[in-house]
Ligand binder design. Structure first.
Ligand code: ATR
Length: 263
């Protein structure tokens, strides 16, 4: 299997899938390819008979025209993060929504909860899909109103400006923007005044593993879920699609945690 993206050198997918393959005794490898021609990469996948691709930024939408079919989640989200090659028939999947939902549901119930999704890019689309499918009451908060309103309308959520967020009183809040990511680690996309005891705050950034947003949320008594959690669960679902075997989730979690610290 392989991961394609641009840039891709930072990707932890080869490390995580490599550890999982070894733990399951499967003779295989996951290699990273820095790709600027996604169509060419997919022709290569067919020609070489590579079983699976993990697709990362910026190719999650660009690969779609080269595939034979999409699963319903990928279709609804409009983006693909996994391609499976079955006898040269290529199917696109999106495991980001599954990863987000599993990471959240490990810590809280989504059904009926006021859930604020910060950002309106591709990651926000996948997470909104997951929240709405799980029965959450979703709101989109975005710097650019027009983009946020468009996404909210398309996905069946409401749009809120930054000023309206506090009045919405979110029970779950998820950051899907890059605000707080290395090297801008002193920034946070929302003021600390929105955090409350009992709230669940999830980050999708995992560099650094604990962002300013998560630190401030925890200081106010909120439950924090770091970005490694969603990353591991989206990868676990990918691994199951790649191999047809159950994923060794703890091995995968340890592999990525060990990258930063010891597990
Ligand atoms: P992805 O597809 O990975 O989600 P993206 O399409 O670049 O990434 O979307 C990034 C999101 O982060 C956008 O919602 C963007 O807000 P705008 O629509 O206003 O551009 C948001 N974002 C990025 N940098 C931001 C910043 N400094 N402050 C607030 N929002 C920011």
């Amino acid at each position: 299997m392989a991961v394609i993206g641009h840039p891709v050198a930072h990707s932890l997918s080869p490390l995580m899938h490599g550890a999982a393959l070894k733990a399951k005794g499967i003779n295989g490898a996951c290699l990273a390819f820095d790709v600027t021609d996604p169509g060419g990469a997919i022709h290569g996948m067919r020609a070489l008979g590579i079983t699976g691709f993990s697709v990362t930024i910026p190719h999650k939408e660009a690969v779609i025209p080269y595939l034979d079919e999409l699963d319903p989640d990928a279709e609804a989200i409009g983006a693909v993060n996994t391609i499976i090659n079955r006898n040269r028939k290529l199917t696109g999947y999106n495991t980001d929504a599954f990863g987000a939902r599993t990471a959240l549901e490990e810590k809280t119930v989504i059904r009926g909860k006021r859930t604020a999704v910060i950002g309106a890019g591709g990651a926000a689309r996948a997470i909104l899909h997951a929240v709405i499918q799980a029965g959450g009451e979703a709101a989109v908060v975005n710097r650019t109103r027009e983009r946020g309103e468009r996404l909210a309308a398309e996905m069946g959520a409401v749009f809120l400006s930054g000023e309206e967020l506090a009045a919405f009183s979110p029970e779950i809040l998820i950051n899907t923007t890059s605000v707080g990511m290395t090297p801008r680690i002193d920034e946070s996309p929302v003021p600390a005044s929105v955090f409350r005891t009992g709230m669940t705050v999830m980050e999708i950034i995992y560099t650094p593993p604990s962002t300013r947003l998560l630190k401030e949320a925890r200081q106010k008594g909120a439950r924090g879920i770091n970005g490694l959690s969603m990353f591991v669960y989206q990868g676990a679902r990918q691994f199951e699609l790649f191999t047809g075997s159950t994923a060794p989730v703890e091995t995968m979690r340890c592999a990525v945690h060990n990258f930063y610290t010891t597990c």
